[in-house]
Design a protein around this ligand. Structure first.
Ligand SMILES: NC(=O)c1ccc[n+]([C@@H]2O[C@H](COP(=O)([O-])OP(=O)(O)OC[C@H]3O[C@@H](n4cnc5c(N)ncnc54)[C@H](OP(=O)(O)O)[C@@H]3O)[C@@H](O)[C@H]2O)c1
Length: 329
């Protein structure tokens, strides 16, 4: 096919706000630069991070996103599709390859097509994953592997508590921590208890009826996927060298990370996974693909919306009660 004869369909965001700010747009088709691949997108994720970028929250994030309005007017960060054209210097990919990847802070993943540099986070899609499943690999799976392996440094046999075990990060974390040989406990509502147990949690805590801090258990790692707790609350139920890790940055978390970096054996830690170097993110994805191929990891897809219904997909994602991941396809 001749990619230059088509148009690009995408979703634009010209000012920060709610899902209604999203507008469908048509643009001229992209042409890959020498080291880029042009991908026809089959599925793309609608993640909590996408919602925060759309809303421009937290406000300090606007230092990166654009102070008054989004610097990049297209939205979407994680995608899966097929390579339909390559720049003349591309060596890792060929036309027809099935791939998934991240557009990161260049955005534009909720679209019909995208150009990505082959040196960025672009991976060959394993056959075991559908495009919908592959599209979310850069969200929950990659973030949770980074947090459990590199930030919390989970070791086999350790007790890991996942707060928010039914979300995108949580459903991946339960599977990854179990694959790492940890004993996993997850918190979720009663309706998601079966799901969380089926993913590999040995114990499930219903957050509506039980407070993890009063369960009488101690944990080597508490992974607070939603930022719903704090180091201060977690500390009494952490083991002597326990780690509280959280992907949702707040002033309270920042203070705890700085203070425990200097004092005490129990630590609070944070990381921005999407800001890691592309080669480090690719290394995480290679590990994730091995887990997928060994049947130890399968991304959980809650809902798949038609591409035209991105606004509805954002509204559902923002309820705070999705199970795993939401995609548009
Ligand atoms: N720093 C990083 O590298 C990084 C990377 C990616 C994402 N993030 C951030 O990580 C956060 C988590 O994203 P996510 O996509 O995993 O969230 P999510 O999928 O939207 O979380 C939804 C889940 O949270 C559960 N939940 C709601 N309240 C709860 C509570 N009090 N206790 C336990 N579970 C509760 C819901 O279960 P019920 O319906 O059963 O209540 C639902 O299944 C976001 O803020 C995102 O921006 C950070």
């Amino acid at each position: 096919m001749n990619a230059t004869t088509q148009t690009l369909n995408a979703w634009s965001i010209s000012s920060y706000g709610g899902p209604e700010q999203l507008q469908p747009v048509t643009r001229p088709m992209l042409t890959p630069a020498p080291t880029e691949v042009l991908i026809r997108i089959h599925a793309s994720a609608v993640s909590r991070a996408d919602g925060m970028m759309r809303a421009g929250t937290p406000r300090f994030a606007r230092l990166f996103l654009g102070l008054r309005r989004p610097k990049h007017d297209l939205i979407g960060t994680c995608l899966s599709g097929e390579v339909i054209a390559t720049g003349h210097a591309v060596s890792r990919f060929s036309v027809g390859d099935q791939v998934y990847g991240m557009s990161g802070l260049s955005f534009g993943a909720n679209a019909s097509h995208i150009c990505l540099d082959e040196g960025d986070v672009v991976m060959h899609k394993p056959d075991a994953l559908s495009h919908a499943e592959a599209a979310v690999m850069g969200d929950g799976p990659c973030t949770s592997l980074n947090f459990l392996q590199n930030v919390a440094e989970v070791r086999p046999g350790e007790k890991v508590l996942v707060l928010g075990a039914a979300g995108s990060l949580g459903t991946a974390a339960v599977q990854i921590a179990a694959a790492m040989g940890a004993e996993v406990t997850g918190t979720c509502s009663a309706r998601n208890a079966g799901l969380v147990a089926s993913l590999g949690a040995s114990h499930v805590i219903d957050y509506a009826t039980e407070d993890f801090a009063r369960s009488g258990q101690r944990y080597d790692v508490i992974y607070d996927t939603l930022g719903i707790s704090s180091f201060g609350k977690a500390k009494p139920v952490l083991t002597r060298t326990g780690r509280y890790v959280c992907p949702v940055l707040s002033f309270g978390l920042l203070f705890s990370v700085l203070r425990t970096g200097l004092l005490g054996q129990r630590k609070a830690r944070f990381s921005a996974t999407g800001m890691l170097k592309p080669e480090d993110q690719r290394a995480l994805h290679r590990q994730l693909i091995e887990m997928v191929e060994a049947d130890k990891l399968a991304p959980v897809i809650d809902r798949t919306y038609p591409f035209e219904q991105l606004v509805e997909a954002h509204r559902y994602m923002e309820t705070g009660h999705k199970r795993g991941n939401v995609v548009v396809a």
